[in-house]
Design a protein around this ligand. Structure first.
Ligand SMILES: [Zn+2]
Length: 140
């Protein structure tokens, strides 16, 4: 009798709020991360359409979503100092690591035209990543 019941009632998976038992990976991903922001979708597509190695895409994706394992992130979890190992005093955040650290700034200043440097160095992380992913980026 128990075995008969087990076979009669089986588990079904469906997205919350629907009764559909058919769904795609995209549907599940969208539901899990709640990617309903058009800007986020555009950024996501730009990253994954980059003509670069997969590891570069992964790096940009982590950066764009604030998921870099920086000293600041480690310090939040009690794993050491937030200070940058290269320039010292300030917290090593995502934007500091990739753009604002003294060593990074030296590299960027060699490539970004002087007239655009004020804007280049003033954008927040999301806007900076978007500007760099933009087809009409004028930095370099
Ligand atoms: Zn630094």
């Amino acid at each position: 009798m128990i075995a008969e019941l087990c076979f009669k009632f089986f588990d079904e998976f469906f997205i919350e709020g629907t009764s559909e038992t058919w769904y795609s990976v995209k549907d599940v991903y969208t539901e899990l991360v709640r990617v309903d922001d058009a800007v986020e979708v555009v950024r996501w597509k730009r990253i994954w359409k980059l003509q670069v190695q997969q590891r570069v895409k992964s790096f940009v994706c982590l950066l764009a979503h604030g998921r870099m394992w920086t000293n600041f992130q480690r310090s939040i979890r009690g794993l050491g100092s937030a200070a940058c190992d290269i320039c010292g005093g300030v917290a090593e955040t995502d934007i500091h690591l990739i753009r604002d650290c003294t060593k990074a700034m030296e590299v960027w200043c060699q490539h970004v035209p002087p007239l655009l440097q004020q804007v280049f160095f003033s954008l927040n992380l999301e806007d900076w990543v978007d500007a760099n992913l933009s087809v009409d980026s004028k930095w370099i």
